[in-house]
Design a protein around this ligand. Sequence first.
Ligand SMILES: C[S@@+](CC[C@H](N)C(=O)[O-])C[C@H]1O[C@@H](n2cnc3c(N)ncnc32)[C@H](O)[C@@H]1O
Length: 254
Amino acid sequence: MPDEQHPQHRVGARPSAVVSSVRAHADEAARIIGRQLDVLDLGGGTGGVAVPLAEDGHRVTVVDPSPDALAALSRRAREAGIHDNLTSVQGDGDSLDSVLSGGRFDLVCCHGALEFVDDPAETLRAISDALRPGGTLSLHVAGRLAVVFAKAIAGEFAQARAALVDPDGRWGRSDPLPRRFDLDRLEDLLSGAGLTVVQVRGANILGHLVPASLVDSDADRAALAELDELLVAGPGRDFLRTLGNGLHLIARRD
Ligand SMILES: C[S@@+](CC[C@H](N)C(=O)[O-])C[C@H]1O[C@@H](n2cnc3c(N)ncnc32)[C@H](O)[C@@H]1O
């Protein structure tokens, strides 16, 4: 997720657990259908998700509006020797129809991008159209409650309140993120797009709240990431997922 809130309070902003989970889903789907997947990574940026999937042999198309990000992605793909598996297209989530022909992807990843599109409901419908029946969406977005907690813990009570009551979950006019999501709103949006939610995880629940000054080493970072994983894995703790700095949903096209 974008590093947008309280730099001093951010640790492990994009947990690798999210990427590991997408790779595992892709591996499982590939095993079931008997071939590597056709993947669309919307807002794929410099390839944080796309590159590992391409390394696993999937054919990945990255759509992103940023020419700089796409140039960095191409360099990275060449260096990793995976450029045959990666196609990049300059475009955005508001004009997917014009850059892609529909219904040909087994997996669409949309990580850290739905926050920026003009109309999330429209983009999710376009994503659904881009999926084959039975295909999967991996959606990772910024959660509203995480920023409310982070702001309150930092003593920014007015900003915490603003983020809680603002329809888009923004803490103020200088908030760099256009919107954050509540889990129930996301589930409604997905179902309105013909997508059935099959998994919900909260990502980076504690890591987001611990001051970076308290995390000195890779060992600390790993311990905190493990704590986050254990926290959401335990029985009866499903409610904690709504506190994730990131909300990670897997949904299937009916
Ligand atoms: C936080 S980065 C996430 C990059 C990548 N998905 C990842 O997880 O590593 C957000 C990306 O969304 C892209 N973006 C911004 N506005 C967008 C839009 N309207 N549609 C699609 N992507 C957009 C940005 O260019 C940027 O690459």
